[in-house]
Design a protein around this ligand. Structure first.
Ligand code: PEP
Length: 248
């Protein structure tokens, strides 16, 4: 498969207060301005409380904005929830859905994730749909089948194929410093493309799980890996930028 422009996504999770978040975003913008035109796409997904301020900090730069989750409905009596259209209003272009922390800590099923994908696409956002196997599933040799099922079940029937990213995030690799070998990641990405059918040709498939400056270069040797979803290493502007540079 030909090498595509890569997508580097920061998932800040529940990190960042007003001052620290804006400072981090400004540091990243400074690097982006010094390296224009960028040879990759970069998205920051801060906590919802910071989206407006980060949007202001990155305004006019090539950096894009995303959210970490959205509700399935456009509006309504859903105390504490936020709709995809609300994120569109704030200038978001992407939204992460089905992250393993949402699936495990909030009991989100693939069927619910599929509804979120539909809601995100309707609001004009590109959903970044996370899938990944547990350590037990890896050990039992069922990774391929688990991922295939998750991809199929996490997408709605009326999917807009040109407005989608899949993130392969093995649960055992998130925040652990462990990772599959790059060739094993590439093999799973091929399974994901297979599950997507014809859309597999156009949908970016990115990898997440302990991506760091030291392992990024080896990851991006694999042309199957269209980018990275970065958690803890995205909280440091130098480290995050080094990962992005490795993707060129
Ligand atoms: C994540 O949770 O999306 C993630 C990739 O985290 P980390 O990079 O910290 O493993």
């Amino acid at each position: 498969m030909a090498k595509r422009r890569r997508l580097i996504v920061a998932n800040w999770k529940m990190h960042g207060r007003l001052t620290s978040g804006v400072t981090l975003a400004r540091d990243i913008v400074e690097k982006a301005e010094a390296n224009k035109p960028l040879e990759f796409d970069m998205v920051l997904c801060p906590p919802a409380t910071l989206i407006w301020s980060i949007g202001e900090a990155i305004a006019g730069s090539p950096i894009l904005l995303g959210a970490q989750d959205c509700h399935t409905a456009t509006h309504g009596a859903y105390t504490g929830d936020l709709s995809a259209a609300m994120f569109t209003d704030l200038g978001c272009r992407y939204v992460i859905v089905g992250h393993s922390e949402r699936r495990s800590q909030h009991g989100e099923s693939s069927e619910l994730v599929a509804k979120k994908v539909e809601a995100a696409q309707l609001a004009g956002l590109t959903p970044i749909v996370c899938v990944g196997e547990t350590a037990e599933q890896l050990q039992s040799g069922s990774t391929g089948e688990i991922i295939r099922q998750q991809v199929i079940a996490s997408l709605p029937e009326n999917l807009k194929k040109g407005q989608l990213v899949i993130a392969y995030e093995p649960i055992w690799a998130i925040g652990t410093g462990q990772q599959p070998a790059p060739r094993d990641i590439a093999a799973v990405h091929k399974i994901i493309r297979g599950a997507l059918g014809a859309a597999g040709e156009i949908v970016p498939v990115i990898y997440g799980g302990s991506v760091a400056p030291l392992n990024a270069l080896a990851l991006f040797q694999e042309h199957e890996i269209d980018g990275a979803l970065v958690g803890s290493a995205s909280l440091n502007s130098d480290g995050f930028w080094a990962i992005a540079e490795a993707s060129r």
